[in-house]
Design a protein around this ligand. Structure first.
Ligand code: 3PG
Length: 336
């Protein structure tokens, strides 16, 4: 049992004398519960690290891994004060079941799996951990380019990345790392991002086209690093894809929702030179399988699946929760 002062919107552990003075403004709590709910679990080492941070802060640690039914999630979250997830869907129903929830942290970059409106309506702080798994995703994007350039490792003559043009759509944490690695491989790097000043990208040795269409028309490889939101969903369509030069390859380690799947099928069917590789299997993956080896999707989302990324993102999430409860820190809040 702990006595906590909640007058400042966050909680501080206080002593009994102080509590007597401010009796009307304090609450007595049982220990906070921090739940890690991951259908696709973190590595055991990352989970141990999260548990250590949580317990050293004086909170209870709980985990729900590889759950197969959403009811298991509802039950586990029922008494949780804080929640750490990966791509797990934190819907309004999950929020409704989480009567004590004060903070949810998506251990990763994209937070399209969180119902931000439902969090805000309940006064729950939602955060992500930007940058923590970026290197893993960037390495996968480059690896996928090589895999496709070498005909998915089937016997025969492939080609090299050196001297080819890569177009990076969205120059954020991942996009910048892809640019860095592509330059090291001798690729010519292009990028389009309306939210990043052209001078900044050019100062980093990146060519900036006037339009997104131009990026597609110029580049042998396009690597997607856009989030899934109302503006981007279904935006990678036939009109854009058909601008790619002969032998063009789209690399998607972002989100499947940004692809217009019917247009992708049409593109692969019409253009015998075009390639698509992704780590987020599309809904029409079965139909696209006929285009292998020009189409390849990993069986499970792989981008952030490295020991390092698990550790970085998981521990950052735990530290952000402790920082929020102890100091009221809301850096990385995404539902402001
Ligand atoms: C992210 O947005 O950080 C990545 O897509 C990683 O997602 P994951 O944690 O479900 O692998």
């Amino acid at each position: 049992m702990e006595i906590r002062d909640v007058r400042f919107g966050f909680e501080k552990k206080i002593d009994k004398e102080y509590a007597c003075v401010f009796q009307d403004q304090i609450k007595i709590y049982n220990k906070m519960k921090v739940l890690v709910a991951t259908e696709k679990p973190f590595s055991a080492a990352a989970v141990n690290g999260i548990q250590k941070i949580v317990e050293e802060a004086g909170y209870n640690f709980a985990k729900l891994e590889k759950y197969t039914d959403v009811q298991q999630f509802y039950d586990a979250v029922a008494d949780a004060d804080a929640l750490i997830v990966r791509s797990d869907k934190v819907t309004k129903e999950v929020i409704d079941h989480a009567k004590n929830l004060k903070i949810v942290v998506r251990a990763g970059a994209g937070f399209d799996n969180l119902d931000l409106a439902a969090c805000t309506a309940r006064g729950i702080v939602a955060m992500n951990t930007p940058g923590q798994n970026s290197n893993a995703v960037a390495e996968l994007a480059i690896g996928m380019m090589i895999y496709m350039a070498r005909n998915t490792f089937k016997p025969g003559t492939g080609c090299e990345l050196k001297g080819k043009r890569v177009g990076i759509q969205a120059y954020g944490n991942v996009g910048r790392l892809v640019a860095e690695k592509a330059k090291a491989l001798g690729m010519e790097v292009w990028a389009f991002d309306p939210f990043v000043p052209t001078e900044k990208m050019e100062a980093e040795g990146v060519h900036v086209p006037a339009t997104l269409e131009e990026l597609y028309a110029h580049c042998d490889y396009i690597s997607l690093h856009i989030p899934a939101n109302d503006q981007t969903k279904n935006s990678i369509n036939y009109a854009l894809l058909s601008k790619m030069p002969k032998g063009g390859c789209l690399v998607n380690t972002a989100r499947k929702e940004v692809i217009n799947e019917a247009d992708m099928e049409k593109m692969l069917a019409e253009r015998a030179d075009f390639k698509y590789v992704t780590d987020i299997a599309p809904a029409n993956a079965e139909a696209l399988a006929q285009f292998a080896p020009r189409f390849f999707a990993t069986p499970k989302k792989q981008g952030a699946e490295t020991a390092e990324a698990n550790m970085n993102a998981g521990l950052a999430a735990a530290r952000q929760i402790v920082g929020f409860f102890k100091d009221g820190c809301t850096k990385f809040q995404v539902n402001k």
